[in-house]
Design a protein around this ligand. Structure first.
Ligand code: ADP
Ligand code: MG
Length: 625
């Protein structure tokens, strides 16, 4: 077994710094801080907000618009373009975080913008001739939040705690961290949304507290339920359930359906246009019905009305789906309803009275709904930020890693396994694979630091995992795990899972870092964030392109006879163009040429695949039972 023992320095955070809490939501995002005088968490909002009453001025819609002339709008300004210029207006980018095209392809019909259909690659959005990753898009939202916060607070904001759904995996959390960094933020910690919401209600802040909490979060387009257990200030997620395509939008649609029916517009030529226009009215009505019994308005010379009870009968089935998820989450956690001590309401859609009623009926107890449900997650993030800043003395803060720890991957990129500020003790593991056919060894190089290229970080150790049995590229599964024990000693192990081979090496402890070293490394990463991310994006695009060139080359050699002369020529041209683009150091160009080669090869690759399948079907006789 490969084993490295490294003594890494652990650092504590600077005192009394302004650290903000950010809720980076699918529909809306916002920033909160602990008010310096009242010591209470508050959401930041622009004064003289021009928003209609009832709509919190603290919310920034998570929408990005790229105008023709190259300018970028974020928030309310961008939201206006959802109807007028949908192809250049990106919403719900959070759903794409850390996902491949295969993960999301069944849910792209509702999207008016273009997603590159490249199977197993990470999702990219194309606007004109530019390509954006979900990280790029989220960073634009975070940049806007940072700008607004700086404007309101009249001080630079560079440190943040950002929340993510409890079900986010490692890749999605890392993507969120990257987005923060790209926006010029030092992301001190990524915390779970339900944990933040619980903190905002004061749960988990006291020693010896032992509680089981259900957090019900119904937002704009997503629903999730998390069951948490808190003991001695440590939050453990026992189970999560939900639906990333269920939320307030569905309540709006239910109302649109109702109006289309009663106005006799079903099946009319303009049904689609009516639906589009009625959606805004529906959201307005839904919000009004949260506090009033009826809604009335005019629409195209017609009377538009609905009562709360009609609305409730329409949305009942949607809410039942959320209740089914609650049941399942309880079951997965191995708990009964009676084991839940607190039920916390999160998300704008929990303002709907029927939602609270149903959830409270289900759990058999009143729900916690006194904190603004749009803001509760950000408020909790601000509390966590304050704890990290060392301002809340009575809360125990566990030791943390001062700098990120990771491995070198293709192209000299730093792949972080343990982000900085991970609580100690901690462990993380990730699987890697080979790049070349028959590759028998793999270099495991461990680095510490915040920069995207390993050459800019500190190398802690290196060893070779050898003796991987010959397999095609991509097939071996090498699991590398990092474990930091309570003393701050890092142990790295590598194992090829298919063959079971392990390698063993011991490295003498290295010197720890001084506070100044850590400070300098952090500062460097902030100053170089933009260029680092650009180099990373370019390196990733080039690695992808090189892999595509290799597989296409192999494919052509193998299937030469089955392709038409035109297909061969087009492929050869597209390959040349892609090869040339590799030297130009332009990420968008490499991606565009990669996409072009994909476009050329996809049809015949699919055709040959179908033929191959038919061939096998013919040859394979299946025994009848
Ligand atoms: P997310 O966490 O997904 O970003 P939010 O928590 O901000 O979303 O919730 C947004 C949803 O809340 C929208 O569908 C919006 O229409 C709905 N919403 C906001 N205010 C109200 C209200 N007063 N009554 C009912 N729904 C509301
Ligand atoms: Mg939310």
């Amino acid at each position: 077994m490969a084993k490295i023992a490294i003594n890494i320095a652990t650092g504590s955070l600077q005192q009394e710094e302004m650290i903000v809490g950010i809720d980076l939501g699918t529909t809306n995002s916002l920033v909160a801080i602990i008010h310096p005088e009242s010591r209470k968490p508050v959401a930041l909002q622009e004064h003289n907000s021009s928003l209609p009453a009832g709509q919190a001025g603290s919310l920034v819609p998570s929408v990005v618009h790229f105008s023709d002339n190259g300018s970028v709008l974020v928030g309310e300004e961008a939201k206006k373009f959802l109807v007028d210029d949908p192809a250049r207006t990106i919403f719900s980018a959070k759903r794409l975080m850390g996902k491949t095209y295969n993960d999301v392809k069944n849910n792209t019909t509702s999207l008016a913008y273009k997603i590159i259909d490249d199977e197993n690659r990470l999702v990219k959005v194309q606007v004109g001739d530019q390509f954006y990753s979900p990280v790029d898009l989220s960073s634009l939202i975070l940049k806007e939040l940072k700008k607004q916060a700086e404007h309101i607070l009249k001080t630079p904001v560079s440190k943040a705690v950002i929340t993510v759904p409890a079900y986010f995996n490692d890749a999605q959390r890392q993507a969120t961290r990257d987005a923060g960094k790209l926006a010029g933020l030092d992301v001190l910690r990524i915390i779970n949304e339900p944990t933040a919401a619980s903190l905002a209600y004061g749960f988990g802040l006291h020693k010896d507290e032992n509680k089981t909490i259900a957090v019900y979060d119904l937002g704009g387009g997503t629903f999730d339920i998390s069951i948490l257990h808190i003991s001695n200030g440590i939050f453990e997620v026992l189970s999560t359930n939900g639906d990333t395509y269920l939320g307030g939008d569905d309540l709006d649609n239910a109302l649109v359906d109702h109006w289309i029916e009663v106005l006799g517009l079903t099946g009319s030529a303009q049904e689609k246009t009516h639906r589009q226009m009625l959606r805004l009215k529906a959201e307005e009505a839904k919000k009004q019905l949260s506090t009033q019994d009826a809604y009335e308005s005019a629409y195209e010379g017609m009377q538009l009305s609905v009562t709360r009870s009609v609305f409730e009968s329409r949305i009942g089935p949607i809410l039942e789906r959320t209740i089914t998820s609650c049941s399942q989450a309880l079951k997965d956690a191995g708990l009964a309803k009676a084991d839940i001590q607190e039920v916390v309401m999160v998300g704008g859609s929990t303002r709907v009275p029927l939602v609270k009623k149903r959830v409270s009926e289900f759990f058999g107890k009143p729900v916690n709904d006194t904190v603004n449900p749009d803001e509760v997650v950000a408020l909790g993030a601000a509390i966590q930020a304050d704890i990290l800043a060392g301002n809340t003395k009575d809360v125990l803060l566990l030791d943390v890693t001062p700098l990120s720890l990771g491995l070198e991957t293709m192209g000299g990129l730093m792949d972080v396994l343990l982000p900085r500020n991970s609580k100690i003790p901690t462990k993380a593991a990730r699987q890697y694979t080979t790049y070349k056919d028959g590759q028998s060894g793999m270099k495991i190089a461990v680095y510490q630091g915040e920069r995207d290229m390993v050459k800019d970080n500190r190398r802690l150790a290196e060893f070779n995992l050898t003796g991987i049995p010959a397999m095609p590229a991509g097939l071996p599964k090498v699991e590398v795990s990092f474990l930091i024990n309570a003393d701050g000693i890092l142990v790295v192990k590598a194992k090829e899972l298919r063959s079971g081979i392990e390698q063993s090496i011991e490295v003498k402890p290295q010197y720890g870092l001084t506070d100044e070293d850590v400070e300098k490394m952090l500062l460097d990463s902030m100053t170089h964030a933009k260029e680092d991310m650009e180099v990373r994006a370019l390196t990733e695009a080039k690695t992808e392109a090189e892999q595509l060139l290799q597989t296409t080359e192999k494919f052509i050699q193998k299937n030469f006879k089955s392709l038409t002369p035109q297909e061969l020529q087009e492929t050869s041209l597209a390959m040349q163009a892609l090869q040339l683009s590799l030297d130009m150091n332009d990420k968008n160009l490499v991606q565009a040429k990669t996409e072009e080669l994909n476009q050329v090869s996809r049809p015949y690759a699919e055709r040959l695949m179908d033929e191959a399948i038919q061939q096998t079907m013919k040859g394979n006789k299946i025994d009848q039972l």
